[in-house]
Design a protein around this ligand. Structure first.
Ligand SMILES: [Zn+2]
Length: 95
């Protein structure tokens, strides 16, 4: 998993990670910018259920997203998809 370095805004890559629980993970990252050299850690957690699992496991409780939150996620996905489609439609104007 990649992350943007908070100092130089270049991509930082995961060097290693470990699960702290079924729902949380700690990652250690290194910035790809050699002149920056920032090493840092991040914390990831399962936030919410958007669609229930077909194989639910006892003891795992992840709150369901509200209808408002689901609408926000759908809008975000549509915007990202539209952005990707725009890039594909304008290949001569990228990079
Ligand atoms: Zn950096």
């Amino acid at each position: 998993m990649a992350f943007i370095c908070p100092h130089c805004k270049q991509v930082a890559y995961t060097r290693t990670s470990r699960y702290l629980s079924d729902l949380t993970q700690e990652e250690y990252l290194t910035c790809s910018n050699v002149t920056c050299g920032h090493n840092f850690s991040t914390f990831r957690a399962v936030r919410e259920t958007l669609s229930p699992s077909a194989l639910p496991r006892a003891g795992i409780y992840i709150p369901m997203a509200t209808k408002q939150r689901l609408a926000e996620v759908q809008l975000l996905i549509r915007r990202q998809k539209a952005g990707t489609e725009n890039q594909l439609e304008l290949p001569g104007l990228t990079a």
